[in-house]
Design a protein around this ligand. Structure first.
Ligand SMILES: [Ca+2]
Length: 155
């Protein structure tokens, strides 16, 4: 099935991926805010290795910067549903963990294919549910707990 298989491209990705290192931590984030996730690897014996994602853009995306008011300030633990007009639904968790002594970008990243706008539902750790309607894609949106963007609603 096309689009569901991995392909070995290490040799094409540049010499940094071919160099053996003692990797001890890995963080994922979009350090240049272009919508493509980048990777930082900590080398226990050398300088950190930034793997800047320069692949061609293959779809639209949205990143949510959460700010809790009743929940924790960073919105960690919040569940984020991103829904397209075509009926596709994506679930993401606001988290920074995942690797040894590393913290990834706390922003919630979601690829949304061809969608130009999305609805975003945030289920905050406090129990608050915020619904943000018709959010344009290919941007970073700041979502504050209890404050609605667009024509959304609180529940
Ligand atoms: Ca990037």
């Amino acid at each position: 099935m096309e689009g569901t298989l991995f392909r070995e491209i290490t040799a094409q990705a540049g010499p940094d991926l071919l160099k053996p290192i003692v990797g001890r931590g890995l963080a994922i984030g979009d350090y240049d805010n272009d919508g493509r996730l980048d990777v930082l690897v900590v080398d226990a014996e050398g300088a950190p290795l930034l793997l800047h994602n320069e692949t061609p853009a293959v779809g639209n995306w949205v990143q949510c910067r959460l700010q809790g008011t009743r929940s924790n300030r960073d919105g960690l633990g919040a569940l984020v549903w991103v829904k397209t007009e075509e009926g596709k639904r994506y679930l993401r968790l606001c988290q920074t963990d995942g690797s040894y002594m590393s913290a990834s970008d706390k922003r919630v990243h979601c690829g949304v294919g061809t969608a130009k706008v999305v609805d975003i539902e945030v289920y905050w750790p406090s129990g608050q549910i915020d619904v943000h309607k018709q959010i344009p894609t290919n941007r970073i949106v700041s979502l504050i707990e209890g404050k609605i963007r667009g024509e959304g609603r609180l529940s």
